[in-house]
Design a protein around this ligand. Structure first.
Ligand code: ZN
Length: 251
């Protein structure tokens, strides 16, 4: 690894945690219908404005020991985790894709998945206002990337939507329309890798579901499916080509 690479890894990590702190604002405000631009960061408990020096990604959470400087209310650990995940995913994108159009696709996709997962965990919804515009952006980027096969992103996005819609109609308690639309967005960003993405999402969700049943908790409403689809998507983004190659080698 050259020293230039090391510099770029650091740059991507810092960019990731900074974007992560913005994603945290989005994940908090969109479901609560607060503007993501105004006002500036504030404590959800006492409403105090958060000074810039208390708003440094990762570091402020550690220095403040996860509490508001004014009222000492606990800052949710999710705010730290969002920043950390985003930083790590930005670095992973650089590792796999280098400086390319694909890294832009990967970074946007990972960022949206983080926001969607945290909103889904907290509210059990996947907002249209996020998923619909990002589907269009994903389609646009992938069509631009491989103009010769411009219809692939459209076909895989529509295919994922229809596939999930059928499952939703057969088994409506298993997932919501939010998951159907999330799958459409996955197709827009992952193109053919949406197949391993959905498969891995279902696999992870099922294993977790069985675990919950064994523990004799209520399955219904317990499990948001978005985070599993997101986890499957992230694996498919980086390893999907290898998974598909491995799978087709059996035929
Ligand atoms: Zn406070």
């Amino acid at each position: 690894m050259s020293s230039m690479d090391i510099v770029l890894y650091v740059v991507f990590f810092i960019a990731g945690i900074v974007i992560g702190s913005f994603l945290e604002v989005v994940a908090y405000r969109v479901p609560r219908k607060i503007s993501i631009i105004k006002p500036g960061s504030f404590c959800p408990n006492c409403g105090a404005k958060i000074a810039f020096y208390d708003n440094i990604p990762l570091i402020s959470y550690i220095i403040l020991r996860g509490r508001c400087r004014k009222c000492k209310a606990k800052i949710p650990i999710s705010s730290f985790l969002i920043e950390l995940f985003t930083g790590l995913l930005f670095v992973t994108n650089f590792y796999f894709f280098g400086i390319s159009l694909q890294i832009i696709i990967g970074i946007i996709f990972c960022s949206v998945l983080i926001v969607v997962s945290f909103i889904d965990i907290e509210f059990r919804i996947i907002p249209n206002v996020i998923v619909i515009p990002l589907t269009i952006i994903g389609l646009g980027l992938n069509i631009f990337k491989d103009i010769a096969t411009w219809w692939h992103p459209l076909a895989f996005s529509a295919g994922a939507f229809i596939f999930m819609l059928i499952i939703n109609l057969i088994y409506p308690r298993g997932m919501g329309m939010g998951d159907v639309k999330l799958s459409m967005m996955m197709g827009a960003f992952l193109v053919k890798n949406v197949i391993p993405g959905l498969f891995l999402g279902f696999l992870a969700g099922s294993i977790f579901g069985i675990f919950v049943i064994i523990r004799k908790r209520k399955l219904k409403q317990m499990i948001p499916f978005g985070p599993f689809l997101s986890a499957g998507s992230i694996i498919a983004l980086f390893w999907g080509n290898n998974i598909l190659k491995w799978y087709t080698s059996f035929f």
